[in-house]
Design a protein around this ligand. Structure first.
Ligand SMILES: [Zn+2]
Length: 196
């Protein structure tokens, strides 16, 4: 297992994994690195959500339709009028693989929101959009769901896609599309908290 880089929260002093830390503040007053729970407490204080109840969510393991186990980590963010929970796998200490997010009302029960997120993860894991026979990726049916991400190697000119929790380069994806030469397509973009 790779070593996870830890950063000390400037409010509670706890050392937390770097993916849990939020740098908040502004150029005038300076920035502070806060753990997720201290960040949420600060936002709750500033926005008057006194009843907001935060808790640390332990990692959950889920099995995909191919029988492979995925460990999901969670982050809760109170962002004023909404609260979000995102789920992700970790690779070398950074969020990677399957990622999923949900948004709700800060007054709602956080456990209920978490339950809906886990249901969403299960639906995500229940289908494979790409087959990798002999390392030759092909679109399995006629629908592909995924995430558009930054591709360092392409300097942002073309995206890196994550499909079935796996990285797919734009070049690989465009080659897969050529199986459908002459066919039509529809491309629809969704907010990260929606379900495509
Ligand atoms: Zn803290």
């Amino acid at each position: 297992m790779s070593k996870v880089r830890k950063i000390r929260c400037e409010a509670c002093g706890e050392r937390v994994p770097s993916h849990e830390v939020i740098s908040c503040g502004d150029a005038v007053g300076g920035y502070r690195d806060l753990c997720g729970q201290c960040f949420n407490a600060e936002v709750a204080r500033l926005t008057g959500h006194d009843t907001f109840e935060d808790f640390r969510i332990e990692p959950v393991r889920l099995v995909d339709c191919a029988g492979e186990t995925h460990e999901f980590h969670f982050r809760t963010r109170l962002l004023g009028h909404i609260v979000t929970i995102d789920a992700f796998e970790l690779l070398n200490g950074s969020p990677s693989g399957y990622q999923c997010e949900i948004a709700g009302d800060p007054e709602d029960d956080l456990l209920g929101l978490l339950g809906r997120l886990v249901d969403k993860l299960r639906r995500m894991l229940s289908v494979k959009h790409i087959t990798w026979e002999n390392h030759d990726p092909q679109i399995a049916e006629q629908t592909v769901r995924g995430r558009i991400q930054w591709d360092d190697s392409a300097a942002g000119h073309t995206p890196l896609l994550t499909i079935d929790g796996r990285e797919v380069s734009w070049e690989q994806f465009s080659r897969m599309l050529m199986t459908f030469e002459g066919w039509q397509f529809r491309l629809q973009i969704f907010d990260p908290t929606d379900e495509p």
